[in-house]
Design a protein around this ligand. Structure first.
Ligand SMILES: Nc1nc2c(ncn2[C@@H]2O[C@H](COP(=O)(O)OP(=O)(O)O)[C@@H](O)[C@H]2O)c(=O)[nH]1
Ligand SMILES: [Mg+2]
Length: 365
């Protein structure tokens, strides 16, 4: 019997164990998708989380061995956590195109050239040489033609491998490239907001010289807040359309809560501007710092939601302190759900869920 692979997630099709990847009740010559991908594509049913990072090393080593063109995809909204150091060390000194996806989540007024400059500076800081930088939206199809042209030029007769962290939109990007450049109307590869939807390499013959686009499973970010929450909460924390930034004038002794996922308390400051960039449905609450502890103690899962009441008992919070010594604008990145720009000298205390991460960079916008 010919071994067949699911076109949606790349898993080997099998009709023996419904609990394992690639299950389909009966395999026939025209079986294309496993049951999990079929249900995801037709009923929008979220797949169970099955992926781990156990074999990630193998995935990326295999890509490097093939010596194709590498398209390294990051999520511009989760830039700091998806511009993953481990991944970069693996693909350093290869032919790499850096693609920052999900541009549609940024305010329309954001200047693309400035983001490219910012990204290029972030690459320089860690001596990561890339052949080109592109900003795209796979979901809306923005700037996909430009990327197609760059890939055509840089490929030089080779296959094109899409690598990056889980959930940055690698599969969506290949779907977008296929839709822009062929008569296909529907997604070919399965896409979902559950990390680990793609389980194996997926080879899609695309070029006239019989070379392919190759999708790969993503590296799962262990510090992602999604790992601490239930899948039904993802929707309210992952932005799915243009973010409307919220601006606050802050003085000494004020705090801002990003629902119950994190808070920032400000001290040793005059008036300063703080802008939050998160999913529009995430509740942002401003309060006096002296009330903060009470609020987290008595209102977590209620006013400060998410986390849901059923999630909150599994969460522990930790504090992190930092000082901005000049008036430059900075971005504070919360791994998994957004960033906050701060402009002005101040001391900050960040409360965040234990096991998640926060990063500080020069402001992206
Ligand atoms: N807003 C927005 N969401 C996107 C975009 N591309 C992908 N997504 C969403 O991000 C999630 C992960 O996408 P997927 O392609 O499965 O990521 P992969 O794990 O890297 O293959 C899904 O919920 C997609 O709908 C984009 O350009 N904009
Ligand atoms: Mg995928």
């Amino acid at each position: 019997m010919i071994i067949r692979y699911c076109k949606g997630c790349g898993a080997k099709l099998q009709d023996e164990n419904p609990e394992l990847a690639g299950f389909i009740p009966k395999i026939s010559d025209d079986s294309k998708y496993c049951k999990r991908c079929f249900r995801l594509n037709h009923y929008n049913e979220l797949p169970k989380i099955v992926a781990t990072n156990d074999s990630y090393e193998e995935v990326i080593d295999n890509v490097i061995k093939k010596n194709g063109l590498i398209v390294f995809v990051v999520d511009i909204f989760q830039f700091k956590s998806t511009f993953n150091k481990k991944m970069i060390d693996k693909i350093r000194n290869k032919n790499v195109i850096l693609v920052a996806n999900k541009y549609d989540c940024f305010p329309k007024s954001t200047n693309v050239a400035k983001i490219v400059d910012w990204l290029s500076h972030e690459c320089e800081k860690i001596f990561f040489k890339v052949d080109a930088i592109h900003i795209v939206s796979s979901k809306r199809g923005y700037f996909i033609e430009d990327l197609t042209n760059t890939i055509d030029l840089a490929r030089k007769g080779r296959d094109v491998y899409f690598v990056g962290c889980a959930n940055v939109g690698k599969s969506s990007l290949i779907n977008a490239l296929l839709k822009k450049n062929t008569s296909l109307k529907d997604d070919v590869i399965s896409v979902s907001r559950i990390p680990g939807t793609t389980l194996n390499e997926i080879n899609i013959p695309f070029f006239d010289d019989y070379k392919s686009f190759i999708d790969t499973p993503g590296l799962i970010n262990e510090h992602d807040i999604l790992n601490k929450l239930l899948p039904k909460t993802y929707e309210s924390i992952m932005p799915s359309n243009e973010m409307k930034p919220k601006t606050f004038q802050i003085t000494d002794g004020n705090s801002i809560c990003l629902a119950g996922l994190a808070s920032i308390s400000f001290e040793s400051c005059d008036r300063l501007s703080v802008i939050t960039y998160t999913s529009n449905t995430l509740y942002i609450h401003r309060c006096k710092t002296e009330k903060l502890e009470d609020l987290f103690k008595n209102n977590l899962g209620k006013l400060l939601n998410p986390p849901l009441l059923e999630e909150k008992d599994n969460l522990e919070y930790v504090d992190f302190e930092y000082e901005f010594k000049d008036n430059n604008k900075r971005s504070i990145w919360f791994s998994g759900f957004g960033f906050v720009d701060v402009m002005g000298k101040c001391k900050i205390k960040i409360k965040l869920i234990k096991g998640t991460e926060v990063y500080i960079t020069d402001a992206i916008i």
